[in-house]
Design a protein around this ligand. Structure first.
Ligand code: GLU
Length: 427
């Protein structure tokens, strides 16, 4: 009889992002001569669940079914942690890749979590608020045994927000019979959400600008920043950059972008977005496309929208001297090679956007311990963790004569390997 080993089952996870995550991992595993037994264990998630989610449309006549996923990559160091995305192309492989990235991200900044990710394959813009609520509650009910404050703690990601987290928290609490705020992070503050969680990813990203600029000999005063995406990450990155004295010269959302060499009025753009749910019709700059934004004349490019936007086809057009990844997986491996060869400093997602999960960790700690930290305590701790992680990754990069992504992964993978070795194989 043929044995069906995990190595033979790799096709379960087949997706472009998973192949990229795996190639990255394999390259670093080889570089650090990682124990092959440990490496084999880290290539695939420890747990994955696929559920179907029936929901009634608002007209009451039609019941539709959606696919939902939750993947827990490494359960070795504590509960798992990671967002839930609602997007039309979500699949098991993509969620697995994102869960793996969460493992490295948490380990790089030193949080006591393994990585997880969840998703529902749906275009959230096609759902009414009531439909979103029904989908969210049924998805939560389907995965209720797999999540919890000591098991796996979801958070927002693309297409989900504080309200979705509130419905997850409520559904979970109804099922377990008591109110449990610590089951999710990124909740509204009235339910135990942390102050400054909403802004955390953008702020964390921008907190690394001085260190990155110094590496390229640039002054931060008036440094020109182009931000792709105006969701939760992009809008607060733009705001934090402008408040820190940078000039935000370009912004964009799914409807396209705007360029203004004198600097975009970010507050006006946020106001427009809040009123129209889109940047379309914003009058604060010249119209450009999302493709133009990647090649925009600027010092720092911040892709804060979705995965795979800087590719082998357009990496050559990047004029920025620094790319800071607010999104998860925005640069393909091929593009990464091109950017590195051009001398562009790439601050990788697993380091650059770790501010979100870091403040999620603070939220979880506050919920579990019933602490109430102030905004300045949270922002101070966030800055400290982010800059320490950047410094450590930078010195590893110097030591290994490599780029920041490789150095960050060396740090993350080594930490997880150490934990796995210390626990051993059960039984
Ligand atoms: N979805 C965010 C990320 O990719 C945040 C995850 C969290 O806060 O747990 O990092």
């Amino acid at each position: 009889m043929t044995e069906h080993l995990v190595e033979e089952g790799m096709r379960e996870w087949a997706s472009p992002l998973y192949s990229e995550a795996l190639s990255q991992f394999n390259r670093v595993a080889e570089l650090i001569e990682l124990d092959p037994n440990i490496a084999a264990r880290m290539r695939v998630p420890q747990r994955a669940i696929i559920v179907t989610i029936p929901y009634r449309r608002d007209d009451g006549t039609e019941v539709k079914s959606l696919f939902g996923y939750r993947v827990q990559h490494v359960l070795t160091m504590g509960p798992t942690k990671g967002g839930i995305r609602y997007a039309p192309d979500v699949n098991l492989g993509e969620v697995a890749a994102l869960a793996m990235l969460m493992t490295w991200k948490c380990a790089i900044v030193g949080l006591p979590f393994g990585g997880a990710k969840g998703g529902v394959r749906v275009d959230p813009t096609t759902l009414s608020r009531a439909e979103t609520q029904r989908v969210t509650r049924r998805y939560t009910a389907e995965i209720v045994d797999f999540i919890g404050p000591t098991k796996d703690i979801p958070a927002p990601d693309m297409g989900t927000d504080e309200q979705v987290m509130a419905w997850i928290m409520d559904t979970y609490s109804q099922q377990v019979g008591h109110t449990e705020p610590a089951v999710v992070t990124g909740k509204p503050p009235a339910l135990g959400g942390s102050v400054a969680r909403r802004e955390a990813t953008g702020r964390g990203l921008v907190s690394l600008v001085p260190a990155a600029a110094a590496q390229r000999g640039l002054s931060t005063d008036g440094i020109r920043v182009a931000v792709q995406g105006f969701g939760n990450v992009g809008r607060y990155a733009s705001l934090a950059a402008a408040q820190a004295g940078a000039k935000v010269v370009a912004i964009s959302d799914i409807s396209g972008g705007f360029y203004n060499g004198k600097g975009i009025d970010v507050m006006a753009a946020i106001d427009h977005m809040d009123r129209h749910r889109s940047l379309d019709g914003f009058a604060g700059g010249d119209r450009i496309s999302n493709a133009d934004l990647i090649g925009a004349d600027c010092d720092i490019l911040m892709p804060c929208a979705t995965g795979g936007v800087i590719t082998g086809a357009n990496a050559g057009e990047v004029k920025a001297k620094i790319v800071m990844e607010g999104a998860n997986g925005p640069t393909t491996l091929e593009a990464d090679g091109i950017l590195n060869a051009k001398g562009v400093l790439v601050v990788p997602d697993v380091l650059a956007n770790a501010g979100g999960v870091t403040v999620s960790y603070f939220e979880w700690v506050q919920d579990v311990q019933k602490y109430l930290w102030t905004e300045s305590e949270i922002v101070g701790r966030l800055r400290e963790i982010m800059s320490r992680a950047y410094e450590d990754v930078q010195s590893l990069a110097t030591k290994h004569k490599t780029d920041l992504r490789t150095a960050a992964l060396i740090r993350g993978i080594k930490r997880v390997a150490e934990a796995k070795l210390a626990r051993g194989v059960y039984p």
